[in-house]
Design a protein around this ligand. Structure first.
Ligand code: FES
Length: 264
């Protein structure tokens, strides 16, 4: 239904569209004909949408791809972008958003000269139950989202929103990132880039107490390695890890600027 609706809607909008029921069929069509855009589901009958995109782009490097999915995750979003997807849309998605993306990618439809054809490949059809599940994950704010953030929709608040979620939970969970993506209408991949760029954010749970142990030169000669060994022995975690009871996270730093007090 999804594949047919998209085909009809795009055709009515003036695009030339080819559809395929599965990845192999789409690749065969792409081998014979040039397309501007490939829209495909992450999970295809008998295959993986990202793999189909990779193979399609290996044949036609100029081909752009959009992945849609009822099973969004950060890992697949990042992998899709690595394989050349220009966007990754969790279902249910806004048709206006898709239309805007298509227009940006292929340019506006001319009255007489139609834009390059679009291959809308193998859109798998999740059951109604699966759609409902995804909607619940994305639209219902997870517990991690503080109540005062739940009605904000201004994109410019992205970093403040992430900082607040990080402050309250001591990490950014996948559910929280997906909710922020949907709420602010910012692609998940962009949120992932922001949350991995700044040291203030963590994508894994952090302990209630943070231990930063200096391993800079001054502290090193004053016995930092022995101190570090002792902490590792006591807490049974390595630098970068958190204790199972989520009480302590251990990190090493290079210099805290108080070398005379070392080891610190
Ligand atoms: S080297 Fe440890 S505080 Fe400077």
């Amino acid at each position: 239904i999804m594949r047919e609706s998209l085909r009809d809607w795009l055709t009515d909008s003036g695009y030339q569209v080819e559809t395929a029921k599965e990845g192999h069929e789409a690749l065969k069509i792409i081998a014979k004909q040039d397309f501007g855009l490939l829209i495909l589901d992450l999970r295809l009958p008998g295959g993986d949408g990202i793999e189909v995109l990779r193979e399609a782009r290996a044949r036609r490097p100029q081909l752009k791809g959009i992945i849609i999915t009822a099973y969004p995750s950060i890992q697949t979003a990042v992998e899709a972008m690595r394989q050349g997807a220009i966007d990754y849309l969790p279902k249910p998605f806004d048709l206006n958003q898709l239309e805007e993306l298509i227009r940006e990618t292929l340019g506006p439809v001319q009255l007489e000269i139609r834009p390059k054809a679009i291959a809308e490949a193998a859109v798998a059809e999740p059951t109604v139950v699966e759609e409902a599940k995804v909607e619940e994950v994305i639209l219902v704010a997870p517990e991690a989202i503080p109540s005062h953030l739940r009605y904000i929709s201004d994109k410019s608040t992205l970093i403040q929103m992430l900082l607040e979620i990080q402050r309250q939970n001591r990490w950014l969970s996948e559910d929280a990132l997906m909710w922020v993506s949907k709420r602010l209408d910012v692609p998940l991949t962009q949120i992932y880039q922001v949350s991995t760029f700044y040291k203030a954010f963590s994508l894994v749970p952090q302990g209630r107490h943070s231990i930063s142990l200096c391993t800079g030169t001054a502290c090193h000669v004053r016995g930092a390695p022995r101190l570090l060994d002792k902490v590792i022995e006591e807490l049974k975690i390595k630098p970068g890890q958190t204790t199972k009871d989520l009480q302590f996270t251990l990190n090493t730093v290079n210099c805290l600027g108080c070398c005379a007090l070392g080891p610190v």
